[in-house]
Structure formats: C-alpha cells, structure tokens
Design a protein around this ligand. Structure first.
Ligand code: PGA
Length: 251
C-alpha cells in the first residue's frame, strides 16, 4: 500500500515574512488532513525558519537540491549532512530546471541521488521530456534514459527509499497539464521499468506527477492507478490551494 505524497517545491520564491505566513497556514490546515504525507521544500535560506514552524506537526521538510560531496571546499554548495542537520528528510534531485539551467547531467543527478541516500535523505528523482521530445515520440526513451542512468549507478534496491516524480517539462509552470491519461501512461511505463529489476520495489515505489497541478485538476490526476501524489510548484505557494491538493490526494 503506497501512502500518497504531496510535495511543495517552493523554488526560488518567498521572503522570510511570506514563507512564515505560508508555513503557518499549512500547519493550521494540515491537522485536518490524514492519509497523505505532506512535504515542503523551501529555498535553503528559509529551511531553518520553516523547520521551527512545522516541527510539531506532521509536515515533512525537504530541500530542492544538494551537492554530492560530503563537505569541504565547494563554494556556494550545500551538502547532504547539512540538510540532515537542518531537519530535512527529503531532497529533490534532477529537477528539469536544474538539468536545463544549471547543467545537471544524468551522471550528476545519479551522484546526487546516491549522496542523498548515503546521508539518510530520501531523494525525489525528477524525470521528464521536453515538448520537442514528446512531439518527436521520444518521451519513453528520454524517461527511460533518465531513470535507468540512476538505477544502473546505484542499483534498484536503493529505490526502496526513494520517490520518482514525472514532470513533463512542457507542463511545468505553463498552466498546461498532462491529461490524467498521458501522465498515467508514463507512470505505468516507469513502474514497469522498475519491475523489470525488482517487482517488489516497483510495487512499493511512489510515483508523483508534477506540472501545473492545481486544486482543480488534482483529483483527476491522483485517481489514476500509478499516480501516488504530486510535486507542486506554483500552486504550493498558496496555503489554501496546496492544502486542497493534499486533500485530493488523501481522498
Ligand atoms: P508547477 O511546477 O506546478 O509550477 O508547474 C512543478 C515543478 O516544477 O515541480
């Protein structure tokens, strides 16, 4: 039985004041939602503040990225042990914005995934095709390459403590969502790729959908057999909207 997970990716947004408001709103609302794990991933500079606000409730804390080294002379980087020390349980790796804008290759993503686990964090591995790739029928090839690079590097056993998020690049922040059927097709393919390596791990692996999820479309997406929750960007910045998405996953 897979417990649904709804994760808020706050990206490079917020001020200390707005983030405190948002976290407080989530703490108040989350108490009445059960049957779903709720996670927030603030920008690094707000992690301590958010940790203090959510520590007495069930909302989990994550980061949006990490550097693969344990520590040392890496100016500007944040390590897995630092995130654990700050109270994080999860970390996103391989988000398409990092792949496209910050040069995170499949190999870098695999090293980040391994480093996250080595230090006790649960990685959320993002995969997803661009519009060009979808239009040229390479969706499954792209997803397969992004997923299998990590599986080949770390072994399928490591996915016992990992989450995979399917985020079509063309649906991120665009208002254009994959239809529940389009998303389910890729989720089913991801689960069967995992099942070829281990049926047990595939059956328990949580697969999130991300890309313009909002309260209005969440229930339809989450009703699909292989969609176990969502990775939410824009709609996670508003407490009421995000809580409604969480409630849709719990239903
Ligand atoms: P979006 O972002 O919900 O704003 O489309 C999703 C994501 O990038 O994780």
């Amino acid at each position: 039985m897979r417990t649904p997970l709804v994760a808020g990716n706050w990206k490079m947004n917020g001020t200390r004041a707005s983030v405190a408001d948002l976290a407080q709103g989530l703490v108040v609302g989350a108490g009445s939602i059960s049957g779903v794990e709720i996670l927030v991933c603030p920008s690094y500079v707000f992690i301590n503040e958010v940790q203090l606000l959510i520590r007495d409730c069930s909302i989990q804390l994550g980061a949006q990225d990490l550097y693969a080294a344990k520590g040392g002379a890496y100016t500007g980087a944040i390590s897995g042990p630092m995130l654990v020390d700050a109270g994080c349980q999860y970390v996103i790796v391989g988000h398409s914005e990092r792949r496209a804008l910050m040069g995170d290759s499949d190999g870098v993503v695999a090293r980040k995934f391994a480093a996250a686990q080595e230090h006790g964090l649960t990685p959320i591995l993002c995969v997803g095709e661009t519009l060009d790739e979808r239009q040229s029928d390479s969706t499954m090839a792209v997803i397969g390459r992004q997923f299998s690079t990590v599986v080949d590097a770390v072994g399928i056993e490591r996915f016992e403590n990992a989450v995979v998020a399917y985020e079509p690049v063309w649906a991120i922040g665009t208002g254009e969502t994959a239809t529940p059927q389009q998303a389910q097709e890729v989720h089913a393919a991801l689960r069967s790729m995992a099942a070829k390596r281990s049926a047990k791990i595939a059956a328990d692996l949580r697969l999130l959908y991300g890309g313009s999820v909002k309260a209005a479309n969440a229930a339809d997406l989450f009703s699909m057999a292989d969609i176990d929750g969502g990775l939410i960007g824009g709609a996670s910045l508003e407490a009421r909207e995000f809580l409604a998405i969480c409630a849709a996953a719990a239903a």
